[in-house]
Design a protein around this ligand. Structure first.
Ligand SMILES: C[S@@+](CC[C@H](N)C(=O)[O-])C[C@H]1O[C@@H](n2cnc3c(N)ncnc32)[C@H](O)[C@@H]1O
Length: 233
């Protein structure tokens, strides 16, 4: 009998790799914007003291490390599906356990194990950008406690300057395999009204969307900062 082994190529192998060789510090600031150097900070998440907080698509877990060290949560759980990002996060910030818990998992699988568990969920250009929102938003709603808060930042338009989609469709964007080969991955870049409709359909209320203006530079982009709540029972 033939054995079939399936593997998924890690398209996030290269992301943040250079920075990790020189910068091992916990960031002093938490930024939502694409440029990561301006705009509102962790206060958008609300008071995190004693809270259970989840970072969905945490990458090297720099944002999660900041919250774990500066905001007295009960726990920040940093979830990422990329083996390379998990390894990087563990190497950089594994010592912040147990307040920072780094998890290697697809967020959809992880959220299924966390029904009504989280006080706060957030994503900084993370899993929300790269996972079908018609699956992810209901899964996030179910994983939040009643009254729990969701915050995410996402692109307001494509990096090329092309406008965001008027419907809930993904576009293929360029990516690199671990050995440098060219490929693509799916990214959801959606207009504000599309996010509002999807969040509403997933059961969220108190939906708010701010546009954070781009800083200058060749790959500058405006950011949508999206907030929403799971209603109380
Ligand atoms: C652009 S990076 C952002 C990482 C981090 N939030 C930051 O700001 O540096 C996107 C991350 O989302 C992760 N990701 C995308 N889809 C995911 C999913 N469905 N489950 C878990 N992680 C996911 C990728 O592995 C990648 O590390």
């Amino acid at each position: 009998m033939r054995q079939v082994t399936t593997t998924t190529t890690d398209l996030w192998h290269h992301y943040g790799r250079n920075r990790a060789t020189t910068d091992r510090t916990v960031p002093a600031e938490f930024c939502w914007s694409w440029s990561q150097n301006s705009g509102p900070g962790a206060e958008v998440l609300g008071d995190l003291s004693g809270r259970i907080v989840g970072d969905l698509g945490a990458g090297a877990a720099r944002h999660a490390a900041h919250l774990a060290t500066e905001h007295q949560p009960f726990r920040v759980i940093a979830v990422d599906a990329s083996p390379a990002q998990y390894a990087m996060a563990t190497d950089l910030f594994g010592h912040l356990a147990p307040r920072l818990h780094i998890v290697s998992s697809d967020v959809l699988d992880h959220l299924q194990t966390m029904v009504r568990s989280y006080d706060v969920l957030y994503s900084v250009f993370g899993a929300v950008d790269f996972t079908d929102p018609r699956e992810l938003l209901p899964a996030m709603s179910a994983a939040l406690q009643p009254g729990g808060r969701l915050v995410f930042s996402t692109l307001a338009h494509y990096l090329s300057g092309a406008p965001a989609q008027p419907d809930a469709v993904a576009a293929e964007i360029p990516a690199k395999t671990p050995d440098g080969g060219a490929t693509t991955l799916r990214r959801w870049v959606l207009q504000e009204h599309v996010w509002t409709k999807l969040l509403d359909e997933a059961g969220f209320t108190s939906i708010g969307i701010d546009v954070l203006p781009a800083s200058t530079g060749p790959r500058a982009a405006h950011t949508l900062l999206v907030t929403a709540s799971r209603p109380k029972d």
